[in-house]
Design a protein around this ligand. Structure first.
Ligand code: MG
Length: 384
């Protein structure tokens, strides 16, 4: 039976690649949601005929209505719209590829409605992992990881559900500044940081890859998805991005997943699980690569990575603070308002300045996020 998919973040990098997979396998799209690209969303809606669409940025709603006039498609807006789509009873699976903290509430709403989730939004588990995993377990909702590393672990665990993970090997490309020291990174611009060697991704995640914050966020995600302690996760820099991550079991057998670096493979696995059928991507030729390398990450230069790991060791609201501070700082960096190395500095300072504590509710997480962002904005204003 063909699954029906509700897609949040349809105009982004993951969203557009997901639609390629959906088209290839003739899956039904029940709903599409995008941030602010009305033209692209309208074109997708005309092609995939969802029952409803949502544009998060309400200033774009009028444009979208005009573009879709004459179509029998309901138009929603804002966070209410995202949440309505996430809890859509007509969908079998919600693919959440929204960027940033905005993705957390729709994930919680999807779980509440009993919808399975294909999760590409990192912040959902970074800021709200404790809450999300508990709610998903209570509702019996399945969370299929879309991130390539977590998908690799999920794939490696198939048939091994009874066996304990001894260690997870979380691979990292190292980003565009691998081998550089802080002194080399003083004058890096957003343009330099947006050139990723292996993966084709959106702006926020590409900057996060250049600071290695992306790996820090994935470290936290992995902890929640696979119920690991921070000590069980080892980050290994693997420049070729061919081994997407691996699991070591009690007998020291290591099982990993390899493939070309193309997000369509993990997206398709999450959407079609447990089926494996032809994917619109390339065959992996190991002899074309010849050599695969593995190295330790440079924790001193890339202090965002260290900050994220420290945050999950402390737990509670601390990861939400790190995530919020990072999201805010990256926004400013993309507008050339701060220097590259300031991203890590601001994250570190926010960690010290903003209160942590236990998570009791979504509101606690939102408050920590808001405070972290406000701290970063004020700090930047003072620095002028
Ligand atoms: Mg990844």
């Amino acid at each position: 039976m063909m699954k029906k998919v509700a897609l949040l973040g349809s105009t982004g990098s993951i969203g557009t690649q997901a639609l390629e997979v959906i088209e290839k396998h003739g899956l039904k799209v029940t709903a599409l949601a995008a941030n602010r690209q009305a033209d692209k969303l309208a074109a997708q809606a005309k092609k995939f005929h969802p029952e409803c669409v949502c544009i998060y940025d309400e200033t774009q709603a009028g444009k979208l209505k005009t573009l879709l006039s004459g179509e029998k498609i309901e138009i929603l807006t804002g966070m209410d719209g995202l949440c309505q789509i996430a809890s859509d009873k007509n969908a079998d699976i919600v693919l959440n590829s929204v960027v940033g903290m905005v993705g957390l509430l729709p994930t919680l709403k999807a779980i509440e409605a009993g919808n399975d989730i294909a999760l590409a939004n990192k912040e959902t588990l970074v800021a709200g992992g404790e809450l999300v995993m508990k709610a998903a377990a209570e509702k019996g909702v399945k969370i299929y990881p879309v991130d390539s590393e977590h998908s690799a672990v999920f794939q490696s665990l198939q048939g091994n559900e009874m066996n304990k993970i001894r260690k997870m090997i979380l691979t990292a490309s190292g980003g565009p500044f691998f081998g550089k020291k802080k002194a080399d990174l003083q004058h890096v611009t957003a343009k330099d940081a947006l050139k990723h060697p292996n993966w084709n991704m959106g702006n926020k995640i590409t900057i996060d890859s250049s600071t290695l914050m992306n790996k820090g966020l994935e470290f936290i995600e992995a902890k929640w998805l696979f119920d690991l302690t921070p000590e069980q996760i080892e980050i290994v820099v693997h420049r070729q991005s061919v081994l997407h991550s691996a699991v070591e079991f009690e007998d020291y057998a290591v099982i990993g997943q390899m493939g070309v670096p193309d997000m369509k493979i993990p997206i398709q696995y999450a959407l079609l699980y447990p089926r494996r059928v032809a994917c619109p991507t390339k065959h992996l030729s190991l002899t074309d690569y010849g050599t695969l390398t593995f190295e330790k990450p440079d924790y001193e230069t890339f202090d965002c990575l260290t900050a994220a790991i420290d945050a999950i060791r402390e737990g509670g609201l601390r990861p939400a603070v790190v995530n919020g501070a990072n999201e805010e700082a990256v926004g400013h960096f993309l507008r050339d308002e701060i220097k590259f190395l300031q991203i890590g500095e601001l994250v570190r300072e926010a960690m010290q300045a903003v209160r942590g504590g236990q998570i009791h509710s979504y509101e606690d997480i939102l408050e920590a996020d808001t405070q972290a962002r406000a701290f970063v904005r004020e700090k930047i204003a003072v620095l002028g």
